[in-house]
Ligand binder design. Structure first.
Ligand SMILES: NC(=O)N[C@@H](CC(=O)O)C(=O)O
Length: 423
């Protein structure tokens, strides 16, 4: 089984490669990356005018499996992933039951091996049931194959518990992925606190509900010397806290979602529940700050927080609609917009979707190194298309980008040497 990807612009940020090369895949591995490869019997992919990058890695998705398969399951979620160019996704533990034990982790991995279209990397819960009361069996879950720990969807309110979690995960070399949120400051809020919320008559969530707990969590990382990864950073004050912490040498990494670097709370006008998520869309200054954070390296990775919800959970009054939007099938073109907007170089943009997220989770993937598993994405950076949520591979259609005109898409997604998606 040989695949020869010919004539593409190969971008491998981990090795500073940005040049025209052929890439040969044999037996699931990258076997050669050179000019003008001839390989008899190989399937040829003509990549002239295309980008050839390491397979994209999304370290924050909700696959809803087990327990909420009416929203998404491992097959549909990973099909959406490969359609978006992703070859690996890390799935959050807020399933039913919560992934807080080796048996749930094994269920996810077994099902992914049987039905998945890409690699699935389970994230285990920090606390039992993600209830914030007692630590989960982190060692068991690591043994079973978890790549990190998070109570995503819920903050770890107890500083003592987060301290212990950071201490326990340290020898495993695995990050604690913080969903930092002060629930009392959030109160009954349903969107960003500010001018738009006031005009719409909706209760607001102030940025300090995110930034204040991030400051605490960063200090706990500094104190324990554990690795803290901050999920879905959305506001300027949080970016400033992370920037300062990195300067002091704290082991902190961070991600931002495409919706948070693209949209402001203006998108909520019309009470569009597909613009409702946690954390909420912020104001223009915050969007500018997260873009600045991406540009200067304060924010390491772009992650979608793909959060599928059924139409019946979104087609309701704004106040009672569920939080979250799907993101796997729109992340790549939205990231490429950062390049056309002059925020990131193309290589840096690809790094935020490949080697940087791999490093956050301590994965060996995210590069096109010869000898590594052949996870490769071929991207047409000029392809113009219009988002039609009804055509998503995801079971859920809750996107704020429906009808948007996009430029750029994955044309081939190759997972461990197999073509998992072809546009
Ligand atoms: N990000 C979201 O808006 N929703 C997430 C959970 C969460 O982080 O609140 C979900 O699982 O739906």
């Amino acid at each position: 089984m040989k695949i020869l990807i010919k004539g593409g612009r190969v971008i491998d940020p981990a090795h500073g490669i940005d040049d025209e090369f052929d890439l040969l895949i044999e037996d699931g591995l990258i076997s050669r990356l050179e000019k003008d490869i001839q390989a008899e019997g190989a399937q040829i992919i003509d990549a002239r005018g295309k980008l050839v990058t390491p397979g994209l890695i999304d370290i924050h998705v909700h696959l809803r499996d087990p327990g909420q398969e009416y929203k998404e399951d491992i097959a549909s979620g990973t099909r959406a992933a490969v359609a978006g160019g992703f070859t690996a996704v890390a799935c959050m533990p807020n399933t039913k039951p919560v992934n807080d034990s080796a048996s749930v982790t094994r269920y996810i991995l077994d099902k992914a091996a049987a039905e998945g279209f890409c690699h699935v990397l389970p994230v285990g819960a920090i606390t039992q049931g993600s209830k914030g009361e007692a630590l989960a069996e982190m060692g068991d879950m690591k043994e079973a194959g978890c790549v990190g720990f998070s109570d995503d969807g819920h903050p770890v309110t107890s500083g003592e518990l987060l301290r212990r979690a950071l201490e326990y995960s340290r020898p495993f070399g695995m990050p604690i992925i913080a969903h930092s949120e002060d629930l009392e400051l959030v109160g009954q809020g349903v969107m960003n606190e500010g001018f738009v919320a006031t005009e719409l008559g909706l209760k607001g969530i102030p940025w300090v509900a995110e930034a204040a707990p991030i400051a605490r969590d960063v200090m706990l990382a500094e104190f324990t010397r554990g690795h803290l990864h901050l999920a879905h950073v959305s506001c300027a004050a949080a970016v400033a806290v992370i920037r300062a912490a990195k300067k002091r040498g704290v082991r902190v990494t961070a991600e931002v979602t495409p919706h948070h670097f693209t949209l402001t709370d203006e998108a909520v006008r019309g009470y569009d529940t597909n613009a409702k998520m946690n954390p909420p869309l912020r104001c223009a200054e915050d969007v500018a700050a997260v873009r600045e954070g991406l540009a200067d390296g304060t924010i390491d990775a772009i992650a979608t927080d793909h959060a599928p919800h059924h139409i019946d959970e979104k087609n309701v009054e704004f106040n009672i609609a569920y939080n979250g939007v799907v993101g796997l099938e729109t992340a790549l073109p939205l990231t490429l917009r950062l390049v056309s907007d002059g925020v990131l170089s193309l290589s840096d943009a690809i790094a935020k979707l490949t080697i940087n997220p791999a490093r956050v989770l301590g994965l060996k993937s995210g590069t096109l190194e010869v000898g590594r598993a052949a996870d490769v994405t071929v991207i047409d950076p000029e392809l113009k298309w219009t988002v039609d949520a009804q055509k998503f591979s995801s079971k859920s259609k809750n996107t704020p980008f429906d009808g948007w005109k996009m430029v750029g898409a994955a044309t081939y997604t190759i997972v461990a040497g197999h073509i998992s998606y072809q546009r």
